[in-house]
Design a protein around this ligand. Structure first.
Ligand code: MTE
Length: 326
């Protein structure tokens, strides 16, 4: 990211030599996982190692071997190695460095964890994360993830569609948007002891975006319980939008009448908007969005409109001037 500090190096994010944490650290991170594979239930079995997928595993780590056909929402592109997906992260609650989240994620306690679902709904609820997870059959989705900084990954998530949760709590007729709030606890998040962003991190979607079948709540990654650095125990995943929309460590989901305020649009309104759909034709003031570097690869590749999901989502924005809605 970022709007601030203003000179966070693009080079570091796009440099093919950008460091990947050593295996030692990867194994240490594995020890931080809070649950077991059993927690993830049936969805885990469905997780696949695809031909060409370079997933890494340490001895004794849970790893799903079963193969299943690609689902309608899956990309067949090679999955980003787990060691990279869990050590090159943006999670400012831990710090602004790419390696801060993996280094410091041990201070985040993802259990016990309560999620409040409220606002314009017929059935508001405060629910424990394990109960919440048990409401839905867990599914896996292999999605591209494109950061506005110009890098991308392919992530196999495990979780449930946000639409399933919304159907359960029943938005009322006034509900037009969904606001998401991340945990605010400087004891668990060292980055919140400073004011690099306004805490807590908040994000939002229009209700029809939130109900789209691609919009996902993840509780696992690549066959493992979601690690702290990737947003344990619950994060949003919206694959056609820049990565900053996919808020981590969610504690509250509120249905609203008005468009919610969102962290990056508050921090740098000239640089970030509410919609933030991936759009190679609209440059960010500091980064062209025309190409991207897939983490683990050297060459840059063209960025696709809506991150390659145009067929599924472009209709949501019919009649809107997409240049105005960065
Ligand atoms: N969520 C919170 N709570 N705090 C953050 O700093 N960073 C965002 C997003 N979600 C962020 C967040 C950004 S900029 C990106 S690119 C993605 O998380 C990165 O997700 P990943 O680290 O799992 O790849």
């Amino acid at each position: 990211m970022t709007g601030m500090p203003p000179d966070l190096p693009e080079k570091a994010e796009t440099d093919p030599q950008a460091p990947v944490r050593p295996r030692r650290e990867f194994i240490r991170n594995a020890a931080l996982f809070t649950g077991t594979v059993a927690l993830l239930g049936g969805g885990l079995e469905a997780l696949t190692r695809r031909p060409g997928a370079a997933a890494e595993a340490a001895p004794g780590e849970p790893l799903a071997q079963a193969r299943r056909p690609l689902g309608p929402y899956d990309t067949s592109e090679a999955v980003t190695p787990y060691a990279q997906a869990t050590t090159y992260n943006n999670f400012y609650e831990f710090g602004t460095g790419k390696d801060d989240p993996a280094r410091l994620a041990g201070s985040l306690k993802p259990r016990p964890w309560t999620v409040l679902i409220d606002g314009e709904v017929k059935k508001p609820v405060r629910v424990d994360i394990d109960t919440l997870q048990s409401w839905f059959p867990l599914e896996d989705r292999i999605y591209r993830m494109r950061c506005v900084e110009g890098w991308s990954m392919v992530m196999p998530w495990l979780g449930f569609p946000l639409a399933a949760l919304l159907r359960r709590i029943e938005p009322n007729s006034k509900a037009k948007y969904v606001q998401f709030t991340a945990l605010h606890d400087p004891k668990q998040f060292p980055g919140q002891r400073g004011n690099v962003l306004d805490w807590p991190y908040v994000e939002g979607l229009r209700l029809d975006e939130a109900l789209h079948p691609l919009t996902f709540m993840a509780v696992g990654l690549q066959g493992r319980v979601l690690p702290g650095q990737n947003g344990a125990p619950l994060r949003l995943v919206v694959p056609w939008k820049y990565g900053f929309k996919s808020i981590k460590s969610v504690v509250r989901i509120t249905l609203t009448q008005k468009q919610p305020r969102t962290t990056w649009a508050l921090a740098a309104p000239d640089e970030y908007g509410f919609y933030a759909n991936v759009n190679p034709a609209v440059p960010h003031p500091r980064w062209s969005q025309a190409t991207e570097r897939r983490i683990g690869e050297l060459r840059r590749r063209p960025t696709l409109p809506f991150n390659g999901y145009a067929e599924q989502v472009a209709h949501l924005y019919k009649g809107m001037d997409l240049r105005r809605f960065f």
